[in-house]
Design a protein around this ligand. Structure first.
Ligand SMILES: C[S@@+](CC[C@H](N)C(=O)[O-])C[C@H]1O[C@@H](n2cnc3c(N)ncnc32)[C@H](O)[C@@H]1O
Length: 470
């Protein structure tokens, strides 16, 4: 959120000394890891549901965190006692709430946001929302009277199959339903229960959402994440058509683009209406950011080129001396980051200066996910230390849920029971020898070689994932 604001020429409150509110935070899965990673900031969350709030409170007590509170509260109740916030987050509420709650969400965000604050609100968007509404209504009508929630999901999905299969192959209607079925069947039924079968589901056009925000004195900043490369918005011909069609109205252009994208979900950032937002990223803003890259460098066939890989499906080849030098340098220090100032002279030597072209190149690298732009120094371990310490928050999650949120706020899912056990052993007291010993006691059937190799590779994965603390 802060990075986006900086790119748009704003001066958000520094991440390590701010106040954050999460509305409808459920059991604090988002808020608690942030509070742990950023001890100098204060975090408040609330939710209507008692059980998740109690679970969050127990988790906070166990971690001994003093900078986070999670309360049981209805958004419709007074929230004056909470104070003002630099960052407000509401994920997964707007589309699934009745009109009075949606309106109150924006009113409260406006009331509680500091002058330079940023709000993040996610919602389901049209036109893709129409498809979801269609299958939702079909399922709801089919399962009317069915009490059990899991049975509702199973019978609803079965009905969608029945309808699709009654149509000839390649019929558009059949293909539309099958596409929705793919989405519904690739996730846990509890999510379908909440997302498709909830009482309220109100996808909106982007422009309707923005107009609603404007009624509450909030203005559109951008999305939380830059759209990934296949986005039609990066195509020159699409841009120039839409610019003309929208008469230069930026918001209308964004709305028309959603029709081209068939967009279904947005994570929109909002600021106070009186903020001056630069729509073009000025080159100088990069001096206020940190750069990181997890791309692995490899030789390329063409002389002078290098290949950079994020995964087997995301790779890039470049022969630009500044790009290759930047990615090689950042790749070596991942998950740590360097400020632009630290990189500036090296980049200038290789031909990248902060002019319009240089800034456009950096943005292209960020869009391709080859670099990550950050606005604060994350306290990750730069190397695996003598006595590696996994964050207490990650150890707690690994014990209870089988995944761990990193200090970079990404989730590492661990299906291997040994990795889950190892992470809990990494409390900063044990050196490698002690870790090895504890693992061999827990897994007596494994050979020393297997244990040794497993330990080294798990440590490396955890350090690169940002689970280990500095
Ligand atoms: C889809 S969940 C999203 C939870 C969380 N933000 C997340 O992303 O995992 C919606 C949450 O909104 C909460 N909620 C619904 N109506 C509310 C209200 N009137 N006041 C406060 N919370 C509410 C629900 O209890 C639920 O936890």
């Amino acid at each position: 959120m802060a990075t986006m604001a900086i790119l748009h020429g704003l001066s958000p409150t520094p991440i390590d000394q701010c106040r954050v509110l999460e509305i409808a935070c459920s059991e604090g899965a988002n808020l608690i890891p942030m509070a742990y990673a950023i001890p100098g900031s204060e975090f408040v969350g609330f939710d209507l549901a008692r059980l998740p709030v109690e679970r969050a409170q127990a988790r906070i007590r166990e971690l001994g965190l003093r900078n986070v509170r999670i309360l049981k509260r209805d958004i419709l109740d007074s929230c004056e006692d909470l104070g003002q916030f630099d960052y407000i987050i509401a994920h997964g509420l707007y589309a699934w709430a009745p009109a009075d709650v949606r309106d109150r969400l924006l009113q409260l965000s406006s009331e509680l946001l500091t002058a330079n604050g940023i709000a993040f609100i996610s919602y389901n968007a049209k036109p893709s929302g129409y498809m979801r509404t269609m299958v939702r209504e079909m399922m709801l009508m089919r399962v009317e009277g069915v009490e059990d929630l899991r049975q509702q999901v199973a019978e609803g999905i079965e009905f969608l199959h029945f309808v699709a299969e009654a149509m000839p192959q390649q019929e558009t209607y059949r293909e539309l339903i099958e596409k929705q079925l793919q989405r519904l069947e690739s996730r846990d039924p509890s999510i379908t229960c909440h997302d498709e079968l909830s009482e309220a589901f109100e996808p909106v056009h982007f422009i309707e959402f923005v107009r609603h925000c404007e009624q509450h004195g909030l203005a559109y900043l951008d999305e939380a994440v830059l759209p990934p490369p296949p986005d039609p918005g990066y195509k020159k011909e699409v841009r120039s058509y839409l610019e003309k069609a929208s008469g230069g109205d930026f918001l209308k252009q964004e709305q028309l683009l959603d029709f081209v994208r068939m967009r279904g979900f947005r994570e929109t950032l909002l600021v106070r209406a009186d903020r001056k937002i630069e729509r073009e990223f000025a080159p100088g803003v990069f001096r206020r950011l940190l750069f990181a890259s997890q791309a692995n460098a490899a030789p390329a066939e063409k002389p002078g080129s290098r290949v950079f890989e994020l995964s087997s499906s995301i790779r890039m080849e470049s022969n630009h001396p500044a790009v290759t030098a930047l990615l090689e340098e950042l790749g070596k220090i991942w998950p740590s980051a360097r400020s632009f100032r630290e990189l500036e002279s090296m980049l200038a030597e290789k031909g990248l200066v902060l002019d319009t072209d240089g800034a456009a190149l950096l943005i292209r690298l960020a869009v391709a996910k080859m670099i990550e732009l950050r606005s604060w120094r994350v306290p990750v371990a730069p190397v695996i230390s003598e006595r590696p310490r996994a964050s207490a928050c990650a150890r707690q999650e690994a014990r209870k849920n089988g995944f761990a949120t990193s200090l970079l706020h990404t989730r590492l899912t661990m299906e291997d029971e040994k990795a889950l056990h190892l992470i809990q052993l990494m409390d900063g007291d044990r050196d490698r020898k002690a870790l090895f010993k504890a693992m061999s006691t827990a897994y007596p059937d494994l050979t020393s070689e297997e244990l040794e190799a497993g330990l080294e590779s798990s440590l490396s994965i955890m350090q690169r994932a940002g689970i280990l603390e500095a």
